[in-house]
Design a protein around this ligand. Structure first.
Ligand code: GZL
Length: 344
């Protein structure tokens, strides 16, 4: 458990100032003959603000933009923070370089949203050696828990289970339980915990159904453009697709354009059942039109949980190592009931 670094800096500053008072910068007796006295500045630190470095993945999706905006509106001067925001630009090497730069700046806290889980051990250890708490937000790191303060985010594997269980219930409701069901999966960024977890959850449910056949699983990096391009390729290779599962809404939006261009119908009244993740406002609009049939919520508005963790650390309170976000499942049947309260 880390005591807030602000207290350490205050103790150091008080000690430094008192030492200056004791030994001070007393002028020599013959000050007139001495060289001009050059005073060392007192330690310049401001305990007004907690300096937080936040390393974001990039701008790959609307979900990400909502997540970024939530951090920018939470870690403000009004809330007591000096925020150093770094856009990872979808480049994991850039994220590691940024982490090492923040460590050299000796910020008070670092929050990371890792594009991929691997490659973080050395910089996490360097932060720990400098006494800088690291909060992992949203996606996870593949590193020993002792190297970071806590993780805050979604249970991605449960999200995958939720999506497949919705599909199972839907197929039963339309009398297709025993039919051969041909499934296409658009995966998120390879090595990203959101993609790993969702895929694991989906596959764990899919393998329970011997009549469900996964035609292909392709990576489209959570982006709308790649979702369209990859789906164009898939539509040239496979016919009679019964279900498209996309591991986020933006890839689904792109895939919808590809299906329209190929003359493939989708949605409640179409040939392809559409299953997605994130539950963006635009997804609600498409569910109300019957084009998207279900979107498993993945809540991006989680900056407040990092704020709470930092406040607890500053107060010397215990915090949980794992902090899951509450999430639901929304479909074409209930989207209209919730769309007006959606915040992203
Ligand atoms: C999930 C998050 C994923 C979203 C995508 O928590 O990491 O990354 O599902 C986003 O939309 O790009």
């Amino acid at each position: 458990m880390c005591v807030g670094t602000q207290w350490k800096k205050r103790i150091v500053a008080i000690f430094m100032v008192s030492m200056l008072g004791l030994f001070g910068c007393a002028a020599p007796e013959d000050a007139s003959e001495s060289l001009e006295l050059v005073r060392a500045d007192a330690p310049t630190y401001s305990d007004e603000y907690i300096t937080v470095g936040f390393i974001q993945t990039g701008k790959e999706s609307d979900w990400r933009d909502a997540n970024t905006n939530d951090f920018l509106s939470t870690f403000t001067r009004e809330n007591g923070y000096n925020l150093i925001y770094i856009d990872g630009n979808s480049d994991s090497d850039r994220q590691i370089k940024a982490m090492n730069d923040l460590i050299s700046q000796e910020v008070d806290y670092i929050i990371i949203d890792p594009i991929v889980e691997t490659g973080w051990n050395d910089s996490l250890l360097a932060a720990q050696e400098k006494g800088i708490p690291v909060i992992v937000s949203d996606r996870m790191v593949n590193a020993d828990e002792s190297l970071y303060t806590c993780w805050i985010g979604s249970d991605f594997e449960t999200e995958g289970h939720k999506a497949a269980k919705w599909l199972e219930e839907y197929l039963e409701s339309v009398g297709r339980t025993d039919e051969t069901i041909r499934i296409v999966i658009l995966e998120g960024t390879e090595g990203a915990s959101a993609a790993i977890g969702r895929t694991n959850g989906l596959n764990a449910e899919i393998e329970k159904h011997e009549n469900w056949e996964v035609l292909t699983t392709r990576c489209a990096n959570f982006t709308q453009g790649e979702g369209k391009n990859i789906m164009e390729e898939i539509l040239k290779e496979y016919e009679d697709i019964d279900v498209l599962i996309s591991e986020n809404d933006n890839m689904m939006f792109g895939a919808m354009k590809a299906m329209e261009q190929a003359g493939v119908s989708y949605g409640v009244d179409g040939d392809v059942i559409t299953v997605s993740f994130d539950a963006l406002h635009e997804a609600f609009e498409l569910m109300m039109e019957g084009k998207l049939m279900v979107s498993v919520e993945c809540n991006p508005l989680i900056a407040g949980l990092s704020h709470e963790v930092i406040q607890k650390l500053e107060a010397g309170e215990e915090i949980d190592m794992v902090n899951y976000v509450e999430e639901s499942v929304f479909s074409y049947e209930n989207a209209a009931d919730y769309i007006n309260e959606r915040k992203y």
